[in-house]
Design a protein around this ligand. Structure first.
Ligand code: FES
Length: 294
């Protein structure tokens, strides 16, 4: 079933010119709609940017994509997906020209989704992250389309890390009131980020573990290095250990990072971190979280 509503004369929307603002905003009932004309054909998408609500009709076209006039998030006018912010999207509406007018199908206007954010406006996700498989609550002020099992990039105090979504804001397990998130969910992980992470240099990390252990043994520190991982930027490695939190660990960070040609090496006990690394809400800087660095 369709429910076509005439919004304007055909002449109201001119052919969009590359890099110029050429969309027109219409309202169908209370819904803002942005209409463009590309190669003579009309296209319609939801008019409000999901970031902070700018009118997308005032954005600039780049091929099939519209760049938001406020912060330049980009949306494909044919699919609604955002190539710059994976997981973010706008609805694509059915539009046609008939009898000299532009018509929008009311039935193609997306129904607003139920509010899933907490009182503080933060959407919370339960995410498994880090090599030991820690599970933490991560937040974002911009809800992401990342169902259970999605691979995402999270920000912890250690840096950007890969994580796996175990539950989203609409799922009971993640409804933990306004408890402080461990860190921020930044985006869906791209295929490249996932494959690069999977191709971490096993030999390099093995060498790092071996070298760290022999230095600890030489310094008579009662600690066992049990694992290592590279963060997403591939510039920082985390060494996981069990045992004595000796000051020698701190002294070894510099020589170990130099030997492995990394910017930094950090130590982390195999104890799940506490505290937050910021949740994405403005003004929330978090604190603590990440690892138990020595
Ligand atoms: S309001 Fe559109 S990118 Fe910020």
């Amino acid at each position: 079933m369709s429910d076509w509503v005439r919004v304007a004369d055909s002449t109201a929307v001119a052919d969009s010119v590359e890099s110029e603002s050429a969309g027109v905003t219409f309202f169908v009932d209370d819904h803002e709609v942005a209409v463009f004309r590309v190669d003579g054909k009309p296209r319609a998408i939801e008019g409000k940017c999901p970031h902070k609500g700018a009118s997308l009709a005032g954005g600039k076209l780049q091929g099939d994509c519209i760049a938001c006039p406020w912060h330049s998030w980009v949306f494909d006018t044919t699919t609604g997906e955002s190539p710059t912010h994976p997981g973010q999207s706008v609805g694509v509406l059915c539009v046609k020209e008939d009898e000299g007018g532009l018509w929008i199908d009311r039935d193609s206007i997306p129904v607003p989704v139920a509010k899933t954010a907490g009182e503080d406006g933060v959407h919370r996700y339960l995410i498994r992250y880090a090599s030991p498989g820690w599970i933490g609550l991560f937040g974002t002020v911009h809800e992401l389309d990342c169902p259970r099992g999605s691979r995402v990039v999270v920000q912890t105090t250690r840096g950007e890390e890969l994580g796996e979504v175990l539950a989203g804001p609409g799922e009971t397990v993640a409804q933990t009131g306004d408890s402080k998130p461990t860190g921020e969910v930044l985006r869906l992980a791209s295929a490249e980020e996932q494959s690069e992470h999977g191709e971490q240099s096993v030999a390099m990390l093995d060498e790092l573990i071996e070298s760290a252990q022999s230095k600890l043994d030489a310094a008579s520190v009662n600690a066992q290095v049990v694992d290592a991982e590279l963060l997403l930027d591939r510039k920082k490695a985390i060494l996981y250990y069990l045992g004595e939190a000796s000051p020698v660990l701190t002294d070894l960070r510099e020589p170990l990072s130099q030997a492995a040609r990394l910017e930094a090496v950090e130590w982390a006990t195999l104890i799940e971190p506490e505290g937050g690394g910021g949740c994405g809400a403005e003004g929330c800087g978090g604190g603590g979280g990440g690892c138990h660095s020595d």
